[in-house]
Ligand binder design. Structure first.
Ligand code: TTP
Ligand code: MG
Ligand code: MG
Length: 348
């Protein structure tokens, strides 16, 4: 058994502003999408915990936030600064040399080999101290037996703490939690579960396997394991996948022809590299970043290695379509993996 540590930064964009303007720390602070002059027309990206005491939340309009607290301090979002801070967080984590996966701009899962809870806790303390000390940024870390559980533990301990739930404590920890707290369960899945009377994770654990498989396919099986405390989801290590990938920011859109055009160009670019290195690919990956900065990736293994650009494009597009479900995306990407030389079978 391995353990997973999940680090999620607290009120990330607003905390980045506090780290460079410490005088903002004692005030209700909102980071929003519109310039200061027309702030009412924008949306709250995030706010510090003082602002949350007034009921202000991510994704509400700034106009509404101002109604909740007319004295809030407003800062226009500076995404390139937050991305730089994110890179610094990731490099601190990377310096420990463990397998890791960045899940979004402010979240990273780390695999800790072994089942020694105390050492995992020491590791978490060390990571948290370095992030707090070197970057002046608060974060919360969840520790448990899988990525899904570590995320739940992290959420339950916000802000600025380290939480740990051991294997034999999982069922009790999850019992009354809403199924919506499971990583990967969005509003649609939650609604479909509610239709069969499932609200809590305990309810979910009582549904028979066949029903879940019929409703959600493979994901249904995963949901069942999660509810039973048996999930083992680990990290998809970034360094392991020797692959060629390109991604691009396309503005917020769910328009399939805009996305298709971007993916076509990105596929062209990956193929220049693929051909130059004389490689074929055995898998195609797709990545989307939604408006809220969360990231999803999916990968499809091919039945045999290929060098067809059309196949790469079509596979990527169908993966992207399966991840859209009506949501707008800000960034899309393609990745060719499972690379091998066109002549000979040597795997990279
Ligand atoms: P989150 O980690 O979801 O939230 P947070 O870090 O602001 O607060 P918490 O302490 O609860 O973790 O999102 C990370 C950043 O992504 C957030 O700081 C701003 C951005 N974001 C948006 O722009 N829009 C959104 O709707 C959400 C949820 C986040
Ligand atoms: Mg966060
Ligand atoms: Mg996050």
């Amino acid at each position: 058994m391995g353990l997973i540590l999940l680090v999620d930064m607290d009120y990330f964009f607003a905390a980045c502003e506090e780290s460079r303007h410490p005088e903002l720390k004692s005030k209700p602070l909102v980071v929003g999408t519109a310039p200061v002059e027309s702030k009412e027309h924008g949306v709250v990206q995030t706010c510090n915990y003082i602002a949350r005491e007034f009921g202000i939340r991510s994704a509400i309009s700034v106009a509404n936030a101002l109604k909740l607290n007319p004295n809030l301090v407003y800062v226009h979002s500076d995404e390139s600064f937050y991305e730089q801070m994110s890179i610094k967080v990731m490099s601190i984590v990377r310096s420990y040399g463990l397998r890791m996966e960045a899940l979004s701009i402010d979240e990273v899962a780390i695999e800790y080999n072994g089942d020694d809870y105390e050492s995992a806790m020491e590791l978490a303390k060390s990571i948290k101290e370095r992030i707090n000390g070197e970057l002046k940024l608060p974060c919360t870390i969840g520790i448990s037996t899988s990525k899904v559980y570590a995320k739940m533990v992290c959420d339950a301990n916000k802000p600025d703490r380290i939480g740990m739930v051991k294997k034999d404590e999982l069922l009790q920890f999850m019992h009354e939690k809403d199924v919506g707290t499971i990583l990967g369960v969005g509003p649609k899945t939650r609604q479909r579960l509610e239709q069969i009377g499932v609200k809590t994770i305990y309810d979910l654990s009582r549904v028979d396997a066949t029903t879940l498989l019929e409703m959600f396919g493979k994901f249904g099986g995963e949901l069942r394991l999660i509810a039973l405390g048996e999930d083992t989801s680990g990290v998809l290590d970034e360094s392991e996948a020797i692959s060629i990938g390109r991604e691009r920011t396309i503005g917020d859109t769910s328009d399939i022809s805009t996305i298709g055009k971007a993916i076509m160009e990105l596929t062209d670019e990956t193929f220049v590299e693929l051909k130059k290195k004389n490689l074929r690919f055995g898998a195609v990956g797709a990545k989307v970043r939604y408006q809220d900065f969360s990231v999803r990736t999916r990968i499809k293994k091919l039945s045999k290695p290929s060098d067809s650009k059309e196949l790469a494009y079509n596979t990527c597009m169908s993966l992207i379509e399966s991840m859209l479900s009506g949501r707008k995306v800000r960034k899309v990407g393609i990745r060719l993996a499972g690379l091998e030389h066109s002549k000979g079978q040597k795997r990279l």
